[in-house]
Design a protein around this ligand. Structure first.
Ligand SMILES: Nc1nc2c(c(=O)[nH]1)N[C@H]1C(S)=C(S)[C@@H](COP(=O)(O)OP(=O)(O)OC[C@H]3O[C@@H](n4cnc5c(=O)[nH]c(N)nc54)[C@H](O)[C@@H]3O)O[C@H]1N2
Ligand SMILES: Nc1nc2c(c(=O)[nH]1)N[C@H]1C(S)=C(S)[C@@H](COP(=O)(O)OP(=O)(O)OC[C@H]3O[C@@H](n4cnc5c(=O)[nH]c(N)nc54)[C@H](O)[C@@H]3O)O[C@H]1N2
Ligand code: SF4
Ligand SMILES: [Mo]
Length: 702
């Protein structure tokens, strides 16, 4: 018999709501939840069934039986694996204390479970991937609004003009957002796209600005200048809700549109025409603050500049602008009960220095890369055990060789993953989690103008000897005598416990797959005092930054030009892959089996490189080889590749050594962070490109 299961996609971290059809215990169909996504799903989401059927995954808990990374694994029972971890953890905690254990995950709505475990062990050292993702953007938002990057949602559908700086929204996609962009374009809205190369989003855009790599801050400063000088901003809004505008006016004086044009390579007349256009469209104008934009030394300030433009547009809490993300409290509903809230907060200082050494950063997940310092030096104290749940630091952070030096100081590395990750392959124990269609999850809250409760439900039984996260953490906690923080036996117990204060029941998910907390979008009538800054207003000058010795408005510094014969290595996403973990998916591998190296055609011609030739890309001591893709639409200073390829796990036969890994070329970048935003500067690497000897010699026809 056919049945519908409401669940959530897990092929990337967007977690779109889905409807799965199951017949005789097999999944026969997956589509986007019709109530939210009108059945739409992306290519990766559709490949979930292929993931369920794939056998090139860990099928049982595994314990390492040779040197790290050697790939010699002993399959063991869950009891044996948990006991093995427990024994080692006890030894480590006895010697170095609970604080020497760290846990990192991939962020997202289910963190309550992981935080409970690590805090229960008495460690404050919870982290995630974000110093290689959106930390600069998050901190930039906090410094202006007192609210992080998830404090607002963008009403893209109703906007008149969406401006994207390196936000390749139709390829690096979230299904709901991509649909909104298409609706907005259909309704006659404008899209301005800024990138160093043309992209899927750029070809749909109404305007494409190709910039010299790393000059977004200059372009944004020029735009601020133009908007202020032409009085195209919302004076009333600035007066009512902001502080420090006079300082901004003073600061911006030298950064004229003409200056910006020279710096970034976009014609002044085009920037001026753009400013004229948005002047007539505000407040329905959204400057997306970027995401992967946060890759350069000044990306924090570039993102701040984009937020300043949003403020000048007066686009807050208006249709077609930035809307405060609402939670249960805004709907007169009590929030879900939290497991972590029951655990006494660890009093130790964080080993990454966030919150005490670095006071201008958000404590939340801190900055993962700074833990490597603690591993290597033992300062402020040693970190000796690392758990990674749904997170692959060796793929996520630059320079895996440098990372392994730090990891070697750890006595226990545990990977909780659905796949073999690069980190898992190097770790001591792999605990295989059931893939998303095979497991239930805890309930979570999704904030927005229409907040809701969401949950993932199991569609089919696990194919192998794997377990869901909620059970894995309970088992680990019980072994470590902190089982009291996991007060449930079944997932139903946990759901009921979480829902208890809300008045809702688990059956309330049955109708639509989620629990809507309101029918209509909630808009605040008065935004006064809603900003969590010290003054309660939007702040152009942040005291927190100034106290840390950082300017709120930083003078522009031009990014270095690559030396002759070298290129700046930039990277991004493909619509059919999610980082490194889909490369081995049988279907997605078929769609995109390897990455290429995009290179400007003129430059390639000079180097004797033709379309499809293998090229060697070299940094200090690493080399990657992939096929060249020649295009007129990439800045000559840059080469571009899709991240996630060049995997090194022999058991992933399709992905093994297919294409080239960007993070291996990013040598030395583990130590280079944006001092104001905390993000790693992944685009600050110059590499050389040569035609590879792997190409057959061209023969002369006789
Ligand atoms: N050089 C370079 N570095 C980058 C980037 C880049 O483009 N270039 N991108 C950066 C960005 S934006 C990000 S977000 C990070 C991403 O870095 P990560 O967060 O490490 O990346 P993911 O590949 O999304 O997922 C990590 C692991 O989660 C596992 N996983 C997937 N589904 C599940 C599941 O259901 N359960 C469990 N337990 N595990 C699961 C995967 O198998 C994978 O091993 O990388 C960053 N680092
Ligand atoms: N299909 C798919 N979708 C995803 C993901 C995925 O793995 N696969 N991952 C998700 C995650 S974790 C994230 S963080 C987001 C990332 O979302 P985005 O940041 O939109 O995605 P990227 O493809 O990394 O885009 C980076 C773009 O920045 C450009 N770029 C490089 N240097 C510069 C510069 O100096 N200036 C400008 N303006 N542009 C520059 C690159 O050419 C590239 O096109 O995507 C999310 N969505
Ligand atoms: S964007 Fe695609 S892969 Fe990611 S959760 Fe949504 S459907 Fe799944
Ligand atoms: Mo990301």
């Amino acid at each position: 018999m056919k049945k519908t299961v409401w669940s959530m996609c897990g092929m990337c971290s967007v977690r779109c709501p889905i409807r799965a059809e199951v017949e005789n215990g097999e999944i026969t169909w997956i589509e986007g939840n019709p109530h939210i996504l009108n059945c739409a799903l992306c290519a990766k989401g559709s490949a979930g069934i292929a993931l369920h059927r794939d056998t090139e995954k860990p099928q049982k808990p595994l314990i390492r039986r040779a040197g790290r990374g050697a790939g010699k694994w002993e399959p063991v029972s869950w009891d044996q694996a948990i006991d093995y971890i427990g024994e080692r953890l006890e030894g480590i905690i006895q010697k170095y204390g609970g604080k020497s254990v760290m846990l990192s995950c991939r962020g997202g709505p289910f963190m309550d479970l992981f935080k409970t475990f690590i805090h229960g062990l008495g460690s404050p050292n919870f982290s995630n991937h974000d110093s290689a993702c959106g930390r600069n953007v998050h901190h930039a938002s906090q410094s202006i609004y007192g609210l992080g990057r998830k404090g607002f949602v963008y009403d893209i559908k109703n906007t008149k003009h969406l401006i994207l700086f390196g936000r390749n929204i139709l390829a690096a996609l979230r299904v709901a957002e991509a649909r909104q962009v298409m609706d907005m374009l259909d309704a006659g809205g404008s899209l301005t796209y800024v990138d160093v190369r043309q992209s899927l989003t750029g070809i749909k855009a109404t305007r494409f600005f190709q910039v010299r790599p790393g000059t977004d801050y200059a372009l944004a400063l020029g735009m601020i200048h133009g908007v202020i000088k032409s009085e195209a901003y919302d004076k009333e809004f600035i007066e009512k809700y902001t502080t420090g505008f006079d300082k901004l006016v003073e600061f911006i004086e030298p950064y004229t549109v003409e200056w910006a044009a020279k710096e970034c390579g976009v014609k002044a007349s085009k920037i001026n025409a753009f400013i004229k256009e948005i002047a007539g469209q505000r407040p329905k104008v959204i400057f997306h603050p970027g995401w992967m934009l946060s890759r350069y030394k000044d990306s924090f300030y570039a993102s701040r500049a984009l937020q300043i433009l949003n403020v000048l547009m007066g686009n807050i809490e208006v249709e077609g602008g930035q809307i405060f993300a609402k939670g249960p409290g805004d709907c007169d509903v009590k929030g879900l009960r939290s497991l972590d809230a029951q655990v006494p907060k660890p009093e130790e200082k964080r080993a990454d220095g966030v919150g005490w050494k670095y006071r201008h950063f958000d404590k939340g997940p801190g900055l993962f890369h700074l833990f490597y310092e603690a591993m290597l030096t033992g300062d402020p104290y040693p970190i000796k055990a690392l758990f990674c749940y749904r997170h692959d630091p060796l793929n996520c952070f630059p320079d895996p060789i440098a990372q392994k030096e730090a990891l070697d100081k750890c006595e226990l590395l545990v990977s909780i993953d659905t796949h073999y990750s690069e980190f898992g392959w190097y770790s001591d124990v792999i605990l295989p989690e059931s893939m998303y269609l095979e497991r239930d999850s805890i309930i979570a809250t999704q904030k927005g103008p229409k907040p809701r409760f969401i949950v993932r439900r199991k569609a089919v039984e696990p194919r192998f000897d794997t377990k869901p996260g909620w059970e894995i953490f309970k088992l680990l906690a019980e072994r470590m005598n902190i089982g009291q923080y996991f007060p449930y036996n079944t997932i139903e117990d946990l759901w009921n416990w979480q829902l208890e204060p809300t008045g809702y029941k688990i059956e309330d998910f049955d109708e639509k797959g989620f629990i809507p907390l309101t029918d209509k979008p909630i808009m605040y009538e008065n935004i006064e005092g809603r900003f969590k800054t010290p003054s309660g207003k939007i702040e152009f000058i942040s005291q927190k930054l100034e106290d840390a010795g950082l300017p709120s408005l930083k003078p522009y510094e031009s990014p270095a030009k690559p030396p002759r014969g070298q290129f700046r290595l930039v990277f991004g996403r493909s619509p059919v892959h999610a980082h490194g973990h889909t490369i081995n998916n049988p279907l997605l591998h078929e769609l995109m089996p390897e990455n290429t190296v995009w290179i400007n055609r003129r430059v390639a011609n000079k180097l004797g490189i033709n379309e499809g030739d293998f090229v060697d890309v070299s940094s200090d001591s690493s080399k990657g080889t992939a096929k060249a893709h020649l295009t007129d639409f990439i800045h000559p200073e840059a080469i571009y590749t899709v991240h996630g390829f060049g995997r090194q796990i022999p058991l992933q036969s399709r992905a093994y050594h297919a294409g080239m890994s960007d993070q291996k070329l990013q040598e030395g970048l583990l130590q280079i962070m944006d001092p104001a935003g905390g993000g790693l500067c992944l685009c600050e690497k110059f590499v050389t490109v040569r035609r590879s000897p792997r190409n057959p010699k061209r023969r002369v026809e006789l």
